[in-house]
Design a protein around this ligand. Structure first.
Ligand SMILES: [Zn+2]
Length: 170
């Protein structure tokens, strides 16, 4: 059960990793964004110029155009972050502005695509390391789970009760 869940999470990580890399490449000429708009707030996930961005915005004015919004626009290379920082940097911005009696507050969390890619590779990398260690133990006649010597054992591992998968040559 736990193993199946780990396999599922590993597969999901790999799929997300490929998606993030594709977005990363694309982010140098397209700015993409998916958002959910509620009457007085909007939550969105975006990608532009090597930067992934999660934002939460609130407004004092209300909108009736509620729902999901997916937008894509050419990326403007001259554009800068509202707080002046480079796009491809980690960051958190909280800014408030007013226009025509409406006050909006935007909280924006930025993370470079490369960082998301590395994080998504951690789990698959860990699984590969563990598989290599396990098969090396089986080859050497050891318990694949704990490394206990099983060359004199036919049944389960006396240490951890794992199934004996060791290759017994004699
Ligand atoms: Zn064991």
């Amino acid at each position: 059960m736990a193993r199946r869940l780990l396999n599922l999470l590993t597969a999901l990580s790999l799929v997300l990793c490929v998606a993030v890399i594709a977005l990363w490449m694309r982010s140098h000429w397209r700015s993409d964004r998916i958002a959910y708009v509620a009457p007085t707030w909007t939550v969105s996930l975006g990608s532009k110029s090597g930067s992934m961005r999660l934002s939460f915005a609130t407004t004092t004015a209300t909108t009736s155009k509620v729902g999901w919004r997916v937008t894509s626009a050419p990326f403007d290379p001259d554009a800068v972050e509202l707080d002046g920082s480079p796009y491809e940097a980690f960051g958190y911005t909280d800014y408030t502005f007013s226009a025509r009696g409406d006050t909006a507050r935007i909280r924006l969390l930025r993370m470079p695509h490369w960082s998301a890619t590395l994080q998504l590779l951690l789990l698959p990398f860990g699984v590969v390391i563990r598989m290599r260690r396990s098969s090396s133990r089986i080859r050497r006649g050891l318990c694949s789970a704990c490394g206990c010597d099983l060359r004199a054992t036919r049944d389960r591992c006396p240490e951890c009760a794992a199934e004996n998968r060791a290759i017994i040559s004699n």
